[in-house]
Design a protein around this ligand. Structure first.
Ligand code: GLP
Length: 241
């Protein structure tokens, strides 16, 4: 794993933007895996500011809540439009976000995998990490062999994400997410981590065992991962002290 230590959130976002721009420039038809949450917002903001062209870009988002309509401001579909797609020249038929309000969710999972396969491999997958080590919405205990599937969200994840909702009760209990194996199929992974709340997760990621109790640990088995991590998030890593 290539670990890039940066000072803070702004520097992490700058680095991520340059990294992604460089990859996109060198690909005819980039297939990007995208994430939501607070972490990649700065990256998306910079891509918009720099007027990066998304004309030939195909995107696949990692996950979506089950039961939220796409018009719901807390849905990840809405987030992606709001934070990125509405402000760049992407063709919306090249955008893929799992549909959490599909009537047949199993079929939706299957079709999503199929769509990724048809687009070829994901060239660069942008990732954040949950405080419990989740990637996408793959909670602790998820099989490393998992593909796109429906998950029951951890209480800790719902609590962490409740900041976006009016109350904890409104946070969905289920989500649809690309599986660990689907994520590991990406040619390259860009993991962004910022802030004290992630310090424990970073220490566990870099110094703990690789096992399903901590989903992100699997990334140590991937041959092309870049982690951009700021000082606050690095603060519990022993080697760093
Ligand atoms: C959310 C998302 C993940 C995201 C993570 C961290 O639950 N499903 O894709 O990476 O949690 O979010 P944040 O960047 O807001 O800390």
């Amino acid at each position: 794993m290539n670990i890039i230590k940066v000072m803070d959130y702004a520097e992490m976002s700058d680095y991520a933007c340059d990294f992604l721009m460089n990859k996109m420039e060198n690909l005819q038809k980039p297939v990007l895996g995208l994430a939501t949450g607070s972490t990649p917002e700065g990256l998306y903001h910079r891509l918009i500011e720099k007027k990066v062209s998304f004309r030939n870009v195909v995107t696949f988002n990692l996950d979506e809540y089950v039961g939220l309509d796409r018009k719901n401001p807390n849905s990840y579909y809405y987030y992606m439009n709001d934070k990125l797609f509405n402000h760049v020249d992407i063709e919306m038929d090249k955008v893929h976000v799992p549909n959490g309000s599909a009537t047949n969710l199993e079929k939706e999972c299957h079709d999503y995998e199929e769509a990724i396969r048809e687009a070829g491999q994901i060239d660069v997958q942008v990732l954040g990490i949950g405080v419990n080590g989740h990637i996408g919405f793959n909670e602790p205990g998820t099989a490393f062999t998992s593909r796109t599937h429906i998950v029951e969200l951890d209480v800790s994840t719902r609590q962490a994400n409740s900041r976006f909702f009016d109350s904890m009760e409104e946070v969905p209990t289920k989500a649809i997410t690309m599986g660990i194996d689907s994520i590991m199929d990406s040619k390259e992974i860009l993991l962004l981590i910022s802030g004290h709340s992630k310090a424990h997760a970073v220490a566990r990621l870099l110094e703990g065992e690789i096992n399903e109790d901590f989903p992100a640990s699997v990334l140590r088995r991937h041959k092309n991962v870049t982690i951009v991590v700021d000082e606050a998030a690095m603060s519990e890593v022993k080697e760093n002290k």
